[in-house]
Design a protein around this ligand. Structure first.
Ligand code: NAD
Length: 487
């Protein structure tokens, strides 16, 4: 395959042009190649599984608040069509490049394969800094981006379905569905054109916290194995584990909150402008509230200021959860990382050189393409809800309640035991949407972990990442070979 060459990506931001080296694509390709070496698939097929199939680069004019015009640079990459639609988030970041979205789209393909979500991978990026723009400007950019995608048939329930990512959330997804609906008035399923929508706009309960919840479940499952924990010098279980989280955004906040709920101690958090710590454990909800109120985690009550965010990563802890951006652990700082486990909540937070150092040092890395797949898992449920036009519990919940009540009453009759009214209500209650989503998410993440763990151990692979890529490559390659290649 043509090797990745480092590019200087041209970016337009606020009228000034800047260049930036990107290596995430090189890293994803390098990790792919490590796993492909264990595969029996022919090289041509492996090449097809590896390469990003389509990337659309666009620049479009957007009106500033003062009436002037700014040209904005944006991308959408569709990595693989072995399953349709393609699926992947949209990020707002001044660092976005074509190679970055191709790399992230590839990770989405592999992620979907691991959790068996029936999508090809995609990713979108718009070169703006959401923190520095007005809401009006962000809305105009988002709507114009959707119009550009629509023009190329790169958005729609059956072709390509975006979701939130770095710098975007429910608000942007609502603008997307509104714009798409306006441009496609005869669509039967317009709400399935994007996931991560507000509940009131046919979103699904539990999507906002899904990625963070999946991260917490994945870490809990990894730490449950006494043998694996002993091999990194830890006891089994989450209880009392000392955790550092980088990035208190959508993923990091919920992961930290849920890890804390499960008994872990969050001893430090890093944000873009600095880090804070507390050996007794930070109160994640309180720190998050402080962040929302003041724009910074620094100065949150009862916390010690660490200064530069990167220093936080090197503090003593059991588990380090990078949940911000890629390339945070590299050859420069990997030797200083004290954690025994690095849990990749973000996409690509450890680069290839950093990964090799962590491996040599016996640090367990739980890889991104498994660990943060909770978001796309619940996006899959949202997409299903939207194309079925019914939420998952609506047709079954009452029936289940009636059926369980009959069983309980029969058992009461047979045994003479009797439940109080309150206990009966609790025992027979049919599921809400959130119950089904959380149960199915947990099931997916736990099953997927054991699938990659089994491959790791039974095939004596060097690490979980190679096992995760191997599982994904095998599933995608099998789809392509069963379909055949269109002449
Ligand atoms: P977000 O924008 O909600 O949060 C990111 C947070 O990281 C922000 O609070 C930001 O201030 C902080 N940050 C930025 N630079 C930092 C630095 N140098 N040090 C410390 N903190 C820093 O984004 P998100 O949706 O939480 O995404 C985070 C990562 O997770 C990204 O890599 C994304 O691709 C990945 N991811 C997100 C989802 C999802 O559902 N949102 C799903 C899978 C993967």
């Amino acid at each position: 395959m043509p090797a990745y060459t480092k590019v200087a990506a041209m970016q337009f931001a606020g009228g000034t042009m800047k260049t930036q080296d990107s290596n995430l694509l090189a890293d994803v390709h390098a990790q792919f190649d490590r796993a492909a070496a264990y595969s029996d698939h022919p090289q041509g097929l492996l090449d097809q599984v590896k390469m990003c199939n389509v990337v659309h680069r666009m620049s479009f004019p957007v009106r500033e608040d003062d009436g002037s015009i700014r040209v904005v640079e944006a991308y959408r990459a569709e990595h693989s069509f072995h399953r349709l639609p393609t699926k992947g988030g949209i990020r707002f970041s001044p660092e976005v490049t074509e190679d970055e979205v191709c790399a992230l789209a590839g990770l989405m393909t592999y992620k979907c394969a691991i959790v068996e979500a029936p999508f090809g991978g995609a990713k979108g990026g718009i070169c703006i800094d959401a923190r520095k723009e007005s809401e009006g400007f962000l809305e105009r950019v988002t709507r114009r981006y959707v119009a550009e995608l629509n023009r190329k048939n790169m958005i729609g329930p059956a072709v390509d379905v975006p979701a939130p990512d770095y710098g975007t959330g429910e608000r942007e997804m609502a603008w997307i569905v509104d714009t798409y609906t306006a441009l496609n008035p005869d669509q039967l399923n317009p709400f399935a054109c994007v996931t991560g929508k507000p509940i009131a706009l046919h979103g699904i309960s539990g999507r906002t916290e899904a990625t963070g919840r999946g991260v917490a479940i994945g870490i809990a499952e990894a730490t449950a194995s006494l043998e694996d924990m002993q091999s990194v010098g830890l006891t089994s279980g989450l209880d009392g584990k000392r955790v550092i989280v980088q990035g208190l955004g959508k993923v990091g906040f919920h992961a930290a909150r849920l890890l804390e709920e499960e008994g872990a101690r969050i001893v430090a958090i890093a944000e873009f402008d600095g880090g804070i710590a507390s050996e007794e454990g930070l109160n994640v909800e309180e720190v998050h509230r402080h962040l929302l109120e003041t724009g910074s985690i620094r100065g949150a009550p009862g916390t010690r200021d660490i200064g530069k965010p990167e220093v936080t990563l090197e503090l003593d802890c059991d588990i380090l959860v990078p949940a911000a951006l890629e390339n945070q652990i590299t050859a420069d700082n990997a030797p200083q990382i004290k954690a025994k486990i690095v849990a990749e909540a973000a996409n690509g937070p450890v680069d290839s050189a950093g990964d090799a150092i962590l491996r040599e040092r016996g640090i367990l890395v739980i890889p991104d393409l498994f660990l943060n797949a909770g978001g796309v898992t619940v996006s899959y449920f949202e997409w299903l809800k939207n194309i079925q036009h019914v939420s998952p519990e609506r047709l079954t919940s009452r029936h289940q309640e009636v059926a369980t009540t009959r069983v309980v009453k029969a058992l009461e009759g047979a045994t003479g035991a009797h439940l109080s009214d309150d206990d009966l209500i609790q025992a027979v209650r049919g599921p809400d949407e959130i119950d089904l989503v959380e149960a199915a998410l947990a099931d997916t993440i736990i099953d997927s972990y054991h699938s990659i763990h089994e491959i790791w151990k039974s095939r004596s692979m060097p690490d979980l990442r190679v096992a995760a890529y191997s599982l994904a490559i095998d599933r995608v390659a099998k789809s392509y070979s069963l379909m055949g290649i269109f002449p």
